[in-house]
Design a protein around this ligand. Structure first.
Ligand code: SAH
Ligand code: SF4
Length: 460
């Protein structure tokens, strides 16, 4: 989500005539886009800003922008701690970047944070903004902003606001436009994509319309998935409590929707899941997973797991290991619980788990997941898989990297040079815990996107 926000800010500034440069020393404007979901981003930000003060002072007219959810959370703190920052933007103010830069040029530093996306009619749905896409054959498409859930550890609802779905026609239109530009793969983004559209149907109903209040995600998947030119559709993240059969059916029945489900478990212990307010049990999670596998036998499953949620006992953690083993994950993002100010879990200080215990659990979970991943990957050896080329492998001549439909990274040898965005087939020769290896077979489709000429030099 943050990377996509960065693309939007870059896109907006380019639309205003700014050029992107690769060296800090060539730049006139630096934008720091922050995230506060985990880690001690605060210290990193203020450390970086300290360093940028020298950068700013060494040339007249230089400007610094701080955007993202950390500035949303800290509001006025950023400029109080770093007076040399010119513009501070909240998560709902991205579209104002260029205007605020201009404004601060004559009027000095400015902070602009909206608490809700709907507070001001200036606020646009973010995806309506131009984006400077970092890669050209695939694109992120925001379908929903904010989150209405109350996971006890999570700061997203307070920094990204309430859940608002974008109109389905706007999303499909954007995907059509992207396809016209040669984009072949889209990833639909939202914090809880399964509830996409519930707010839209509710509003229609409240306005007197004869509609059933329901999520529209399954319909959206089908509509996006049939846009001509779109070969691969991905999405992230679904919430297990809202995962319904209609979404599984839409995935299975829409050929362009990839056989990959990122399905965040968080914990395998029902007691911890309840403390987290996740709204499902491990059994229910596994049942939905079995349903998805029955509909799409070759589906890859990845997940998010938090280790060391306050009060997590050895017994709770062993349940996580058991459920992870049973779920047979292809990979996990494992996070160490990080207390975020303002969340319920951050107040459970007397139940915080010792860092050494967390480190040990983190390793034990890694072993379990690497075991299932290795077996799943080894089982792919000998198969011919469709890949899209990401680029040359910088470390090995004659080698490239690509992604399968299951979102697996593949390192492969190829006699012919291949451009990013090329679709082809690779024979898989070996599986490792975090990637596959193979040999290139044949090109299925040349890239269709327009090649963007990188702009590297300032002042031209
Ligand atoms: N909306 C998505 C998740 C967004 S945050 C969902 O519900 O799945 C991405 C991941 O960061 C979460 O799945 C969670 O595993 C992790 N995370 C969020 N807050 C955290 C915290 N305070 N400490 C550790 N991990 C956290
Ligand atoms: Fe955070 Fe939960 Fe919302 Fe995901 S669903 S963004 S974890 S509150």
């Amino acid at each position: 989500m943050n990377e996509h926000d960065s693309e939007r800010i870059a896109g907006l500034l380019e639309a205003e005539g700014l050029l992107s440069v690769s060296e800090e020393s060539d730049a006139d404007v630096i934008v720091l886009n922050t995230c506060c979901i985990r880690e001690n981003a605060d210290n990193k930000l203020y450390g970086t800003l300290g360093h940028l003060k020298t950068w700013k002072d060494s040339r007249e007219g230089r400007q610094i922008v701080v955007a993202g959810c950390l500035s949303q959370k800290d509001k006025d703190v950023v400029q109080a701690r770093a007076k040399w920052v010119d513009v501070v933007l909240g998560t709902h103010n991205v579209h104002r970047t260029a205007e605020l830069l201009e404004h601060s040029r004559s009027n000095g530093p400015i902070t602009e944070i909206y608490d809700e996306a709907v507070e001001d009619d200036h606020v646009l749905f973010p995806s309506a903004l131009p984006a400077r896409r970092e890669t050209t054959y695939n694109a992120w498409v925001t379908i929903q902003i904010g989150c209405d859930n109350t996971c006890a550890y999570c700061i997203v609802p307070s920094v990204r606001g309430k859940e608002i779905s974008r109109q389905p026609e706007d999303i499909v239109d954007e995907v059509r436009r992207l396809a016209d530009l040669g984009v072949t793969e889209v990833t639909l983004l939202g914090q809880n994509v399964n509830s996409y559209g519930r707010d839209l149907t509710l509003a229609e109903r409240q306005a007197g319309g004869d509609v059933r209040v329901r999520p529209l995600f399954a319909d959206l998947l089908r509509n996006v998935g049939t846009v001509p030119g779109i070969k691969r559709v991905r999405y992230t993240s679904p919430h297990p409590k809202d995962m319904k059969s209609d979404v599984i059916a839409a995935m299975a029945e829409t050929p362009s929707v990839c056989e990959h489900l990122h399905y965040p478990l968080q914990s395998g212990s029902d007691r911890v899941l309840a403390l987290m307010h996740r709204g499902y049990t491990a059994q229910r999670y596994l049942e939905r997973l079995a349903e998805a596998r029955a509909a799409m036998p070759d589906i890859a499953i990845t997940t998010d797991i938090i280790v060391g949620f306050p009060g997590e006992t050895e017994e709770d953690f062993v349940r996580t290991l058991e459920v992870a083993a049973e779920a047979n994950f292809d990979s996990t993002f494992t996070f160490i619980f990080s207390p975020r100010d303002g969340t319920e879990a951050a107040t459970m200080t007397e139940h915080f788990v010792e860092p050494s215990v967390i480190a040990d659990r983190f390793d034990r979970l890694r072993v379990v997941v690497e075991r299932s991943a290795l077996l799943l990957h080894e089982a792919r050896a000998g198969r011919i898989e469709e890949i899209v080329v990401e680029g040359p492998n910088r470390k090995r001549d004659g080698h490239f990297t690509g992604r399968t439909r299951q979102n697996k990274l593949v390192h492969f040898a190829s006699q012919q040079a291949l451009r990013p965005g090329t679709y082809g087939t690779v024979e898989i020769t070996r599986g490792a815990p975090h990637f596959l290896e193979g040999i290139f077979r044949e090109v299925l489709a040349e890239p269709t996107h327009r090649v963007r000429i990188p702009v590297a030099v300032a002042g031209h």
